[in-house]
Ligand binder design. Sequence first.
Ligand SMILES: C[S@@+](CC[C@H](N)C(=O)[O-])C[C@H]1O[C@@H](n2cnc3c(N)ncnc32)[C@H](O)[C@@H]1O
Length: 173
Amino acid sequence: MLSAPEILQFGKNFIQFIGAKRVLDIGTFTGSSALAWALAVPSDGEVISMDVQHETLNAIGKQIIDKRPEISKKIKFELRPATETLDNLIEKGEAGKFDFAFIDADKINYPIYYTKSMELLRPGGVIFVDNALWHGKVVTEPDGDDDTRAIAKCNDLISNDPASTNVTVNERT
Ligand SMILES: C[S@@+](CC[C@H](N)C(=O)[O-])C[C@H]1O[C@@H](n2cnc3c(N)ncnc32)[C@H](O)[C@@H]1O
């Protein structure tokens, strides 16, 4: 699913507020979030966008992104499980060198994506976690299924993490 335009605009605003240059985009799909972040970072900025499939990117987003070489040069698409890409960045000594992360891939791995993003972000970096309310299910039926349990666990991890401050925002009805 595409992220809502207001979420992408909200993220772009944050990228510019904090002067972000390096972005982790966890869950490419069509490439719309990667494109939004690439539009917001400066010309020497970088967006690493991660997915296990590129069918939707190739069918929809790639042609649009490739029309703007000055934007597409900022995006690196990684085709493999996001945990592998994040681990590889950590192994390469990139911890503490990213400014912004958008978590929007498979829900079951949300707690892992949060933990690894925290490792890769610099102090003062910002993480957006999409679908944190999960249509209200994290409150109404937090044990309902594996995805809901994982998102609720990620929310708990964040709210109990002394290394970060947080807020939950309902961007859609
Ligand atoms: C909600 S979509 C991402 C939407 C995108 N961020 C946007 O705003 O348009 C979730 C994506 O996560 C991908 N995904 C699922 N499992 C994954 C994994 N283990 N690692 C990386 N990506 C995964 C799916 O293939 C899907 O394209």
